[in-house]
Design a protein around this ligand. Sequence first.
Ligand SMILES: *Cc1c(COP(=O)(O)O)cnc(C)c1O
Length: 398
Amino acid sequence: MRDFQLELRQRREAGLHRQRREISGPQRPALTVNGQPLLSFCSNDYLGLANHPDNRRVLSEALDENGLGGASSHLICGHHRAHEQLENQLAAFTGRSSALLFSTGYMANLGVISALAGRGDTIFSDRLNHASIVDGCRLSGARVRRYHHGDLEALARMLEETAGHKLVVSDGVFSMDGDVAALVPLAQLCTKHDALLMIDDAHGFGVLGPQGRGSVAAAGLNEEQVPVLMGTLGKAAGTSGAFVAGPAWLTEYLVQKARTYIYTTAMPPALAQASCNSLSLIESFDSQRAHLAALIDRFRDQVTLMGYHLMPSATPIQPIVVGSNEATLALSAELQNRGLLVTAIRPPTVPDGQARLRITLSAAHSFDDLNRLLRALVQCRPDCVVSPVLSEPFAENV
Ligand SMILES: *Cc1c(COP(=O)(O)O)cnc(C)c1O
């Protein structure tokens, strides 16, 4: 038998061991973590909807009306009117002809990618795409070509030299860096080479674009230009689940072929009803998004002045790349001593040597909250935060 205990020890020694923290009470900036109050700057609840009173009320009423369990898969007897309503609302919200619900974003990516490409096909994937995309590519059995992050010239060359069915897949907002993909040229490239384009907008949905319609809407791209649009409901929407939106043929095809849609229990109908409510709130949250943008601006200005290395991100994801695992963990611990929760993100979630604090801002943060974070960052600033290797290429963007 393999020596699993040894592997665990080695992970600990490399600073790669992962530990969970226990949260009690609702998700919000003022978190209770292992019984201790901490101000959180690492959740994906970008609009404060995870604990919104309207959503809680809608959910409890929906539970009275429709009960709790999903009880079956969609194709047996689990496809509830509430799911149908949410799909219609998601299609309208994203400006697509149709939408299909999945239980999680991870399952959506596995199911959609493996349905849309297979043996003999080629998938082109940005190197910094989310792990669920990487796994979906593997599962598909297609040939996978990964291009350097954002390198559309490399992608163009690869598309040029490839025959057969091509699927290009990219995060809309990159989850660990916070930058937005160059969606317009990406879509043009796909049209030119007759490649199917899929965008995973887990972090853009609810946050970017007009009324929070996402990064694809912000780029003004319709369903012909981006036929496969995936989004999740567990982040800005504050509930749980995911969807794929696009032309009618797409959802019809996925209902036949996406195994993570077919062979799993439908999400609780009441949760779909709460997500419908979230969607209405997202649409009306322009002032919350403006507040969030103001927090992001102030954060970037102040932290840059402190000499920290920021990435070229205009989204709520604002990582500070530290470099070594140990130094990142130490900085995270220092912040925790000052009452702040910012988890260290280490390989393999990010490339080796690029461990970071992934700070995320939310419309639920106040300027006082932000000032607490800024004061702590001044006090904790280690010498190593400005990485000589990494600061160069990004210097013009800081
Ligand atoms: C979070 C995330 C997912 C997975 O979504 P879940 O609903 O949490 O499973 C997929 N893609 C990206 C880019 C993500 O950030």
